[in-house]
Design a protein around this ligand. Structure first.
Ligand code: FE2
Ligand code: FE2
Length: 337
């Protein structure tokens, strides 16, 4: 009797196999960009009567689901018209910060792809991403123009744009960590608001729904990029990256999530309220640390959560559990019931 031997698989160079798997993932993301993308002027009916920022303006009142200002007793005790005024400025400013961050991302990403070799799958994917980010900047600016005249980032933080080009060209692992430092908090805040079902102004809902849908791809790519490139780094580089990762998340995350000084001044927010709202209380620290639940999981996966790095995450107050899978809804009871 003849026995059938198991088919032998030809030896595949693991480096080649990894490159192929990476190219396939990027092709999938690129095709998803072609299949599902949005246009800020075709997909948002800016002239719809319900989109008038002054139509049912109480919908600008800050929600309790995702905005620490909205949850604070100081804000909740204000008269309705003041709450609306603050709500408009706060939400327009978040959009302005978002578009400034996206502009910085485009500057660095363009540098990153400039010297890629022909047939590198990153060229196509990154180009799709930059086109989407450009559309987001158009969409956010359109919203800001209609809602409130706001500055966005603090003047000092705005200077970060000068670092984007050298980082994108010379230090892509740092650059894509910085990308995650901005994209993760914005994505978490927007998803929390959308999942909560709170009654928000349709301009905000429309803009956020489009943004969240496209941002999932961008975050996936930054994760894939770091998964491919970081483990292959020499030990010394990995040690530096492991310590840089929480620092980048902390510095950029705070820069993006904290309103500019002019905001607090404009609304006479007492200093103690301001401090408590932004990182002074246990709850606000926890909220900030929660933004990086997926980044901590990534750090574990790519070998950047060594004992020293873990200590840095802890010292910066952004340690905590890692997600079991990306975009896992929070396991706290906060949004349950
Ligand atoms: Fe975006
Ligand atoms: Fe993005």
């Amino acid at each position: 009797m003849t026995t059938m031997s198991a088919p032998t698989t030809p030896d595949v160079d693991p480096v080649v196999a990894q490159a192929q798997a990476y190219a396939e993932k990027l092709l999938m993301l690129s095709e998803a960009s072609v299949d599902r993308h949005f246009d800020p002027f075709e997909d948002i009916d800016w002239d719809a009567p319900d989109f008038d920022p002054n139509c049912k303006p109480e919908r600008w009142v800050l929600v309790t689901s995702a905005d620490p200002i909205g949850r604070h007793p100081w804000y909740q005790a204000l008269p309705l018209d003041r709450k609306i005024e603050i709500g408009k400025v706060r939400q327009a400013n978040v959009a302005k910060v978002g578009l400034q961050f996206e502009a910085i991302l485009i500057i660095g990403m363009m540098q990153h792809i400039f010297n890629l070799k022909n047939n590198d799958p990153e060229f196509r994917y990154c180009s799709h991403e930059m086109i989407e980010e450009h559309n987001h900047t158009l969409m956010f600016q359109e919203m800001v123009n209609r809602v409130a005249d706001v500055p966005g980032m603090n003047p000092l933080v705005r200077q970060l744009r000068h670092l984007a080009a050298p980082a994108g060209a010379l230090f892509p692992n740092f650059f894509f960590m910085a990308v995650l430092a901005g994209e993760e908090p914005i994505d978490h805040i927007q998803k929390d608001i959308l999942r909560s079902g709170d009654d928000i102004h349709p301009i905000m809902r429309g803009v956020m729904a489009i943004h969240v849908a496209e941002e999932a791809r961008h975050i996936s790519f930054a994760h894939e990029f770091l998964k491919k490139n970081v483990p292959a780094q020499p030990t010394f580089n990995k040690a530096v990256l492991s310590i840089a990762m929480p620092i980048i998340m902390f510095v950029l995350g705070r820069a993006i999530a904290t309103p500019p000084k002019s905001f607090f001044k404009q609304f006479d927010m007492p200093a103690d309220v301001r401090k408590e709202l932004f990182y002074g209380s246990k709850e606000s620290k926890r909220t900030f640390a929660d933004y990086y639940v997926d980044v901590r999981a990534l750090a574990e996966e790519i070998g950047l959560m060594n004992p020293v790095a873990r200590k840095v995450w802890q010292l910066l107050g952004i340690d905590g559990p890692s997600s079991r899978y990306r975009s896992e809804p929070k396991r706290s009871a906060k949004h349950a019931a």
